[in-house]
Design a protein around this ligand. Structure first.
Ligand SMILES: Nc1ncnc2c1ncn2[C@@H]1O[C@H](COP(=O)(O)OP(=O)(O)O)[C@@H](O)[C@H]1O
Ligand SMILES: [Mg+2]
Length: 364
């Protein structure tokens, strides 16, 4: 096998896939680095599984090519590619014990018995399934089944592991725990992961980089921080986190800032990467938790007056809706540090403060 460390581990070059009239994947180009945890994130039906199946070899692209470790594998069947896949449904063999499920792939490769035993032992340790070697899949919890599926996939030491929504069948608490374990496992093994999810929290927690997919195309590729704080498009801003989207008109430019008129009511100063032309209408995104609430009368830079219209208790957070005198509404999320003192009540007049670098101009 040719392993050139300077080459990406996975490369998609202008890949498209059509089902009848539907273009499920459109002209996707993407490289995944060696040892990277890359996540394909997007809503149901955006083409994530189709993209993954083309990497695995279960689907053939209509156009473009797939490279794994610098080798063009576009025409190769799944068993000739050095990849392995973990499915949402686990796909365990119900009549085989945990140990035999994990050993299966190695037996297919006809490895010596002692080597198989050692590798299975190691995989069981990695996913913390000690003591469950002889158990049948039907007797395992969802989390344990997921671990068996993982162990079975990593025991063959593939170059790339493909994971299609592997945690979606688990309850919230276990999902959170498995997210951390999976990330640690990936770091320990150094295997390149291509992970698919529609859950933004999963993508943000685990990934080195995230590719946000929309209607079969990559809308934005970047680190969690870039995707979250610098969304390029309206779709990315709205899909991840909670964003206030509004139209603003560019009043003026001052150095690296733009003065934006919001709804004809007030202006906000935005520190933007590329300053749009004066008088141009732009779409801006302001994350709900980037708006700070101060008491009325506080003179603050980059702020506007509003009234609290709604307060939703969410435990550690409060979800507020504030309304400006002209009727513009903003969603605001604040830490519930006031607790039982309840400083934020419906009807309170407040000032909403936004830092100029928290206003992002996006493509609409
Ligand atoms: N085998 C198939 N035949 C016809 N349409 C398909 C097939 N597989 C997927 N699709 C369609 O392609 C689109 C993308 O599907 P998929 O890749 O499964 O999306 P995701 O995994 O993001 O939910 C969807 O509209 C889906 O209905
Ligand atoms: Mg899918």
């Amino acid at each position: 096998m040719n392993s050139d460390p300077s080459k990406p581990m996975v490369e998609l070059r202008a890949v498209s896939k059509r089902y009848g009239d539907l273009l499920a994947v459109r002209d996707v180009s993407l490289t995944v680095r060696r040892g990277e945890f890359l996540t394909l994130l997007g809503p149901s039906g955006c083409g994530k599984t189709t993209l993954l199946r083309m990497l695995a070899g279960f689907e053939t692209p209509d156009a473009g090519c797939v490279l794994i470790d610098a080798e063009d594998v576009t025409a190769l069947p799944p068993n000739r590619r050095d990849v392995n896949q973990v499915f949402q449904s686990y796909a365990l063999f119900p009549h085989l014990t945990v140990e035999k499920n994990i050993a299966f792939g190695l037996q297919m490769k006809r490895l010596p018995k002692a080597e198989i035993a050692a590798k299975v032992r190691h995989a069981i340790d990695l996913v913390a399934l000690q003591g469950k070697e002889a158990a049948m899949p039907a007797t395992l919890s969802g989390g344990q089944k997921q671990r068996v599926a993982l162990a079975r996939a990593i025991v063959c030491e593939p170059k790339v592991l493909l994971l299609d929504e592997p945690l979606s069948a688990l309850d919230a608490k276990l999902r959170g725990q498995m997210q951390i374990e999976l990330k640690n496992l990936q770091r320990t093994l150094g295997i390149t992961f291509v992970f698919v999810t529609h859950a933004q929290d999963e993508a943000l927690t685990m990934s080195d980089r995230i590719a946000v997919l929309h209607r079969g195309a990559i809308e934005q590729l970047g680190t969690a921080d870039e995707i979250y704080h610098r969304p390029k498009t309206r779709f990315v801003a709205e899909f991840i986190g909670q964003a206030n989207m509004m139209t603003a008109s560019v009043r003026n430019r001052e150095g690296a800032d733009a003065l934006l008129a919001i709804g004809g009511e007030f202006t906000l100063r935005a520190h933007v990467a590329a300053i749009p032309a004066t008088a141009q209408s732009v779409t801006i995104s302001i994350r709900a938790e980037k708006i700070q609430i101060c008491g009325d009368g506080a003179a603050a830079e980059n702020s506007f007056a509003a009234e609290i219209e709604d307060v939703l208790f969410r435990g550690e957070m409060l979800q507020l809706t504030v309304r400006t005198p002209d009727g513009l509404r903003f969603a605001v999320v604040i830490a519930n540090t006031g607790g039982a003192r309840k400083p934020h009540q419906v009807g309170n007049r407040v000032r909403c403060v936004i830092h100029r670098s928290d206003i992002v101009v996006v493509d609409s």
